[in-house]
Design a protein around this ligand. Structure first.
Ligand code: ADP
Ligand code: ZN
Length: 613
């Protein structure tokens, strides 16, 4: 009985035919009245885990969400599929809040989104005590943990919910994986022997690419033009300055780019965020201030022009690509400066030593990902505890495996130079010395008299830059003094220098040949030849979006449009087979879209569609 009813809600309301990941188990645990902790990668479909129970159960589900924009987006999405949802937060006027409360009291609402401070404030808590609460969902639950990366003080009080609503089951949802955060969440929320569900972190539709930095703007432009010429994306940079610079440069060469960082005026930020929500194609160049609350499912690429400080951050940021499950790219470039800059930032923060140690370790893992000569996805999943995965045959290292070479001798040359110059100089000077430069600094210090002077003059400067970076990334060379960025040797260097250990490094300049891309089940999904139809449907969607002042993906996401092209439905029943189409969308939009499809197929020579072979 329950099963059938759940599937019915899934199909009729949300337009999906099967549950994803652990959704099904999670929903059942919630309906059994258990406290539940659901861990699912970004884009995995966490919302359904409480939205479906909300519709199934009598009464109202409270959803605690950290951001007003997130709440608004969710409520908009739900209203579009015909679910009665509202939010109660500081963006509402007194009158609107009163009206909303009236609706809730009259039992006209299934889901109420609230902020953490809101729900714990005396008057709202009192109000909800008078209402039948079926379930409480805590979204972005990692915010309760100081160990996590987005700690929010107002989340720490959420444990009080158990005092206020002792008999209401709790579901906490997050995409943050590590064990410490997990324990923190269930302890702080005082969950009663929670059921924990962890879904795989694999994002099979994301293609990972990491390249060496040569000319970042040129590389970015080329990447966009080659892989995503008509797509929406996010470009992350470390600093505000760089965000501005890159946004201007991209615009100049014809990409629809806008900047986003905390230093912009509130209006400008809102405006750019708004454009990101509604424009058909937009590239937001941003610092990580642009992050939480991004719900757009058709972000086709996330590009990093600077290295994130940990794999957790990298995974969260890249996870914003392809939430609709269609092929997307996580592209990043990195260079020697990143390593130096990030290490320096870390070394000069006021944080205590134990924190620095953790942070340094996280950065080292990030660098190891960059230098990895094996499958990137495998590496990432192993980092999150999923070992034993096959090569993905899709990331850059799988598609064009880096050639490794015996770099022992070159590494020894650099290490000797660091040693002979007393381990007090930075990369620039060390390379000058081995390349036999007659710079004034070299001459003044009489470094032209050293045995290592000029031992590397047969190779260009870039060659040594790259080796040095790899040595630092792999921890064969350390930085001794942050102010002067002076290099020094360590235990690991001695293994190479004296211990006779061989060192293999990856040959640089990863060339990615697009034509070599193997077809995966994910790329196949999109395949149809009806590009004209797709454009026509997209135009219709845009017009509707403008008319209704809604983001276009809320009407239908790209996956739904592709599905229409593939299936070419002829009537309402067939239209219901399209991904993301439920009763409500069929009623709202069915006729309009069917008409366009019909017109298109009339002008087509014979072809096959569903049920017509
Ligand atoms: P997150 O886990 O990041 O909160 P969402 O709940 O926003 O993810 O879901 C991401 C996307 O996946 C949404 O567009 C959602 O409608 C879609 N989705 C969720 N569950 C399913 C499902 N069972 N089948 C197909 N699409 C789904
Ligand atoms: Zn791979």
């Amino acid at each position: 009985m329950r099963e059938q009813k759940l599937l019915k809600i899934l199909k009729e309301t949300f337009g999906y035919t099967t549950f994803r990941f652990e959704q099904h188990k999670i929903i059942n645990a919630v309906l059994d009245g258990k406290d539940t902790l659901a861990i699912m990668p970004t884009g995995g479909g966490k919302s359904l885990c409480y939205q479906i129970p909300a519709l199934y159960l009598n009464g109202v589900t409270l959803v605690v969400s950290p951001l007003i924009s997130l709440m608004q987006d969710q409520v908009m999405n739900l209203m579009e599929v015909g679910v009665k949802a509202v939010f109660l937060n500081s963006s509402l006027s007194y009158q609107d809040a009163q009206k909303t409360k009236e609706k809730i009291k009259k039992g006209k609402v299934k889901l109420v989104y609230v902020s953490p401070e809101g729900i714990l404030s005396g008057h709202l808590a009192d109000f909800f005590k008078e209402v039948e609460i079926s379930l409480i969902a805590i979204d972005e639950a990692h915010c309760v943990s100081q160990w996590g990366h987005e700690f929010r003080k107002d989340y720490t009080r959420l444990g009080e919910l158990k005092d206020l609503f002792p008999d209401v089951p709790l579901i906490a949802l997050t995409a943050t994986a590590d064990a410490k955060t997990r324990t923190d969440i269930s302890e702080q929320l005082r969950m009663k022997s929670p059921e924990v569900f962890i879904s795989s972190f694999d994002r099979p539709n994301i293609n990972y690419m990491i390249q060496d930095r040569e000319d970042e703007l040129k590389q970015l432009d080329k990447f966009i033009k080659t892989y995503h010429p008509n797509d929406t994306g996010i470009v992350y940079c470390l600093s505000r300055d760089k965000v501005e610079r890159v946004a201007v440069a991209l615009k100049k060469i014809g990409h629809p780019a806008v900047p986003y960082h905390a230093g912009l005026s509130k209006e400008e930020r809102t405006q750019n965020q708004e454009r990101f929500n509604v424009d058909e194609r937009i590239i937001v160049v941003a610092t990580i201030a642009f992050g939480m609350g991004i719900d757009r499912p058709d972000v086709r690429f996330v590009a990093h022009l600077d290295l994130p400080k940990s794999i957790e951050s990298y995974y969260q940021e890249t996870g914003r690509a392809g939430r609709d499950g269609l092929p997307s790219t996580a592209w990043m470039i990195y260079g020697l400066q990143d390593v130096v800059k990030l290490s320096q930032m870390l070394a000069t923060t006021m944080a205590d030593e134990s924190y620095k140690k953790v942070a340094r370790h996280k950065l080292d893992c990030m660098l190891a990902l960059c230098e990895a000569a094996s499958c990137r996805r495998q590496f990432l999943l192993a980092y999150f505890g999923e070992t034993g995965k096959e090569n993905c045959n899709y990331c850059d290292t799988c598609l064009s495996p880096p050639v490794v070479w015996d770099a022992t001798v070159d590494a020894q040359k650099i290490m000797s130079a660091i040693y002979r110059t007393q381990q007090i100089y930075g990369a620039g000077h060390v390379i000058d010395v081995i390349r036999g430069s007659k710079s004034s600094k070299v001459l003044e210090r009489k470094h032209d008299e050293l045995s290592v002077f000029g031992i590397g003059k047969d190779r260009p400067r870039e060659h040594w830059d790259i080796i040095l970076r790899q040595l630092m990334n792999l921890n064969y060379v350390s930085i001794k003094d942050w102010e002067y960025r002076s290099l020094c040797l360590n235990k690991k260097s001695l293994e190479i220098l004296k211990g006779g250990q061989k060192l293999e490094l990856r040959k640089q300049k990863i060339v990615i040949k697009k034509s070599d891309k193997k077809e995966t089940s994910k790329t196949r999904e999109v395949k149809h030849d009806h590009h004209d139809l797709f454009s026509a449907l997209r135009d219709l969607r845009n017009n509707l979006a403008k008319e209704k002042k809604l983001p276009s993906y809320i009407i239908f996401n790209d996956k739904s449009l592709h599905d229409m092209c593939r299936l070419m439905p002829r009537n309402g029943d067939e239209f219901l087979m399209v991904h993301g189409v439920g009763q409500n969308k069929l009623e709202y939009y069915g006729d309009l879209f069917l008409k366009v499809i019909q017109e298109f197929s009339r002008n087509q020579p014979k072809r096959d569609g569903i049920g017509r072979t």
